[in-house]
Design a protein around this ligand. Structure first.
Ligand code: G4P
Length: 529
């Protein structure tokens, strides 16, 4: 197959959802269609159950599983599908944000009864800002839920999206009869037997015919006719260009658990979803079809074996062909590296590959060379943009609890920060180290891993900050900036890359600071997203 065809047939995407909306179940059903797994239940539930937050074994289990399910690849109708795992638990939200830099589109799962939830809002906001094409899957139609129109209204308002339904439910919950596929103009009748033949659809070319009444009953048929009329009046027709620009979001309805409505979505997905998209670097826009290889690290995973401090760096290939044993430039370090056993991912397995194409993810064994955001090229000096740090929400001083092991502690903290587990801030005033995390769980992960992987011990002490604001003075030499630095001295720190950060203790303080020092801009991310 030609290089361009290989690119064209790739679909690299993430499934995002608020926990419990059905992300894991949907992912599993998608894999079933690809024949990548034989039965339901094969994709382990990659999430931390509520109430298990202080269970170290649970954290370890989570880490183990998430290596296996970081990338799930399979072939479906001659398309190569790469699903990138995005943890739903909010303490791992940063991991999800970073993974979103490597996807070309997303599927957003929404629970029909709960509607738009908090995590959905946050994740969709990031996708919207980056113009990532989104498909919405409204799940759990077998349960009593909210009215379809009301839900779509909520999606439009809360998520600031413009939607158009591609399928429409016939009834819901106890009365759920099936789904009318607006895209294919046919009806898929619901039976709650998940082993039901997936080809079991009834083609209805014209919804005005009696055929519809016979199939779903007169009452449901009339309701459907009215609703479809309303759909036509309210929503724009699907327009692929608008979807690709993230200006229009198609909506599908279904029940992942019952494997219902999933095939319809997958079939539409492979038709409309984008193949690998060009990516902006600090110097230029890089197209997938370029001959020279380039890629970037969006995730680093420590190996489970603490005796070999080996890590797996996940690279998204942006352009060209990645080849085993070929030297590539690690741009930040300015040195060439060769990889003798790059991993490709297939379903839940990983295997060594010789060659990979744009859109694919390769896992490279790493002994500490990589950090998140690093770029690899064939020689060109450029860095891919768009992998910012987000402001943490928890802050604690980290103290060394074993003075004999200070080197180990330093190294451990350094490497864990490169992995993106948390962020390290060094206070300007006294050089003390503060660790910022998105969720409190992270502190336990760090303490545990420092001890088990690096032989170092740490304790924490509260640091009264609320948000980290990256400081961007309009003019670093002006008096206002000097004054800002003098007054806020106690709250200023450097992040790991040396950028100045203001650790604010409240929203009020951020507002006051901003109005007092208008030329000193404060941002909640380390770079624009
Ligand atoms: P997540 O990854 O988004 O967190 O959600 P997950 O797929 O684990 O699904 C959350 C719960 O919702 C699971 O039930 C799952 O079985 C259920 N679920 C998913 N899709 C549907 C659906 O279409 N209809 C119905 N009725 N339920 C659905 P659980 O009891 O929390 O977990 P489990 O014990 O069944 O694994």
């Amino acid at each position: 197959m030609s290089f361009l065809k290989e690119i064209e047939r790739r679909r690299t995407f993430g499934v995002i959802a608020h926990p419990d909306a059905g992300k894991t179940t949907l992912t599993e059903k998608l894999l079933l269609f690809g024949g990548a797994i034989q039965e339901a239940g094969a994709v382990k539930n990659n999430k931390i159950k509520k109430g298990a937050t202080s269970d170290f074994m649970e954290i370890e289990r989570q880490r183990g599983i998430s290596v296996a399910t970081s990338v799930l690849a399979f072939n479906y109708k001659n398309k190569k599908i790469n699903i990138l795992d995005t943890p739903g638990h909010k303490d791992f939200a940063e991991d999800t944000f970073r993974t979103l830099t490597a996807v070309d589109s997303v599927i957003v799962v929404i629970d029909v009864a709960k509607g738009v939830e908090e995590q959905t809002e946050k994740l969709v906001e990031v996708c919207r800002m980056r113009s990532i094409p989104m498909i919405i899957f409204i799940n759990k139609l077998d349960r009593e839920g909210r009215d379809a129109f009301e839900l779509m209204d909520e999606v439009e308002q809360k998520l600031q999206l413009k939607v158009t339904p591609m399928s429409f439910p016939i009834g819901m919950g106890y009365d759920f009869k099936g789904i009318y596929n607006i895209w294919e103009k046919n009806i898929n009748l619901f039976s709650d037997d998940s082993k039901k033949n997936i080809e079991d659809t009834i083609s209805i070319k014209d919804i005005q015919t009696d055929e519809l009444d016979k199939v779903v009953g007169a009452k449901a048929a009339n309701t459907l006719r009215e609703e479809l009329e309303l759909v036509e009046a309210i929503y724009p027709e699907f327009d692929r260009e608008a979807y690709l620009k993230s200006e229009l979001q198609p909506v599908f309805f279904g029940s992942a658990l019952n494997n219902f409505g999933v095939r319809e979505m997958l079939d539409a997905f492979i038709e409309i979803a984008p193949s690998p998209r060009p990516k902006e670097s600090d110097t230029r826009l890089v197209a997938p079809s370029e001959n020279e290889f380039s890629g970037f690290v969006f995730k680093i995973h420590a190996n489970m074996d603490p005796k070999h401090r080996d890590r797996l760096a996940f690279i998204k290939i942006v352009s060209g062909v990645f080849e085993r044993n070929k030297p590539y430039l690690h741009v930040r370090q300015g040195k060439k590296l060769k990889f003798s056993s790059p991993n490709a991912f297939f379903a839940e397995k990983k295997e060594i590959i010789d060659i990979s194409y744009p859109g694919d993810i390769v896992g490279l064994h790493d002994t500490g060379n990589f950090k998140i955001g690093d770029t690899l090229t064939e020689g060109e000096i450029m860095i891919f943009k768009g992998i910012p740090n987000f402001s943490p929400e928890h802050f604690r001083y980290i103290n060394n609890a074993d003075p004999m092991k200070s080197k180990q502690l330093e190294k451990g903290v350094d490497q864990l920060m490169d992995e993106g587990v948390a962020q390290l801030f060094t206070l300007e005033m006294n050089g003390r180290k503060v660790i910022g995390t998105v969720g409190a769980l992270q502190y336990e992960v760090i303490q545990y891993r420092l001890e088990h992987e690096y032989g170092a011990k740490c304790t924490y002490e509260n640091f009264p900050a609320y948000k980290a604001c990256w400081v961007k003075p309009e003019d670093p030499k002006n008096e206002e900036f000097k004054e800002f630095k003098r007054i806020k001295q106690k709250f200023l720190a450097k992040d790991k890359s040396g950028q100045l950060v203001f650790l604010a203790d409240s929203d009020f303080s951020i507002q006051m600071t901003q109005s007092k020092f208008p030329t000193v801009k404060l941002r909640f991310t380390s770079e624009e997203i």
